[in-house]
Design a protein around this ligand. Structure first.
Ligand code: UD1
Length: 341
């Protein structure tokens, strides 16, 4: 049985990927420092799969701890999620972002080299494209100057990975550029649980509907889009998780063509903020309180993925709709908050 290290495996995308890995017969060991997650996620994972993954509370900024972990554990592949991801916070505290997101990657890669761990999947983001020149965005689109330190850490991380792959042909890396992951596992046993006030759209919507937030602020309705609000490609987190398993199998089977590959992970469909709000109201039967406010600095107008490369090369495509994702996000929120039907 292949043993996979999932860093940030108790986080939102990480936990869904752990479930997908276990369901496909992988043994999982999780590293997570609980900076934006909770150890109770282990219970949720176990209730779905019947297997409690091995877990170590470890901070990847601590080089010695990372080295000691690899000395103790035999690992066949790594899926590296652990990173800070709040755009606004990264503007206020860039050094935290550079330290956390880059040190962790460098220390992991050093251990990969030392211990011969060659299969590596990296969590990247469509943020690397900035405001695209044309839509949908293919992987060949240029990487634009980052608008935030967070976005810059993703760009620099991809450069670090590219250079390291160039210097060591044994290392096999796939970088997955996520569009906007939303939704929760169908069991409502795991889902998105941001600490504090949500920065992302869907958790803000579900928390507003659950009565935790007063109302949703829609950031701008004067963009050059059909209804004036920003357009994004919202992908169900369960579909996204599956893409990690497919990518990992590609590396383990040696099917990758070059040792550093990049794939967009999205649905190929753009939806505006107001369309998401309306779709949520339809699936939940709840009226959502919202108001239009000023644009949020740093937001791009519209992004959605060209999914052809992932479809053709990975043989993966999304199965679930945005409505299913919103429905599952709402079921999860209601369960967490104890909202009565
Ligand atoms: C943002 C980052 C992206 C990062 C992701 C991780 C930018 C430009 N992009 O994605 O790089 O990977 O977070 O979390 O910052 N919205 C509202 N009201 C809200 C919240 C959001 O109207 O309360 C709107 C936003 O203006 C945007 C859309 O909803 O148009 C999605 O926002 P969000 O969920 O924050 O994701 P991104 O900004 O696309």
């Amino acid at each position: 049985m292949k043993r996979i290290l999932v860093t940030g495996g108790l986080g939102y995308i990480g936990s869904h990927t752990v479930v997908a890995l276990q369901e496909e017969g992988f043994e999982v060991v999780i590293i997570d420092n609980l900076s934006n997650s909770d150890a109770a996620v282990l219970d949720g994972i176990e209730s779905i799969t019947g297997v409690r993954p091995q877990y170590e509370n470890l901070d990847l900024r601590n080089k010695q701890d990372v080295g000691a972990f690899f000395d103790r554990n035999s690992i066949d592949g790594i899926i590296h999620f652990a990173a800070s991801k709040a755009v606004g916070e990264s503007v206020e505290d860039p050094l935290l972002y550079y330290e956390n997101n880059l040190h962790s990657l460098i220390y992991l890669l050093q251990e990969c080299k030392k211990h011969g761990v060659y299969n590596f999947i990296f969590s990247s983001s469509c943020t690397v494209y900035g405001e695209p020149d044309s839509l949908p965005i293919t992987e060949a689109a240029p990487v634009k100057e980052a608008v935030s330190p967070y976005g810059n850490t993703k760009q620099i991380s991809e450069e670090i990975l590219r250079d390291t792959c160039h210097s060591d042909e044994n290392l096999q890396v796939i970088s997955l550029r996520y569009f906007n992951p939303i939704g929760a596992h169908g069991s409502a046993s795991i889902g998105e649980l941001p600490k504090g006030k949500p920065q992302n759209l869907v958790p803000f919507i579900t928390q507003t509907a659950a009565g935790i937030r007063e109302e949703l602020s829609v950031f701008g309705d004067d963009y050059p889009t059909p209804d004036g609000s920003c357009v994004r490609d919202y992908i169900h987190v369960v579909d996204l998780a599956e893409a990690h398993v497919v990518s990992l199998k590609r590396l383990i089977s040696g099917l990758n063509e070059v040792n550093f590959e990049i794939f967009n992970l999205g649905t190929g469909r753009g939806s505006s903020v107001l369309e998401v709000v309306r779709a949520f109201e339809t699936v939940s039967g709840e009226k959502l309180k919202y108001k239009i406010v000023d644009r949020r600095p740093g937001d791009v107008i519209a992004v959605y993925a060209d999914t052809q490369k992932a479809n053709d090369v990975l043989g993966w495509k999304t199965q679930k709709t945005m409505e299913e994702a919103l429905d599952s996000a709402w079921s999860w929120e209601k369960k967490v908050r104890g909202v009565q039907e």
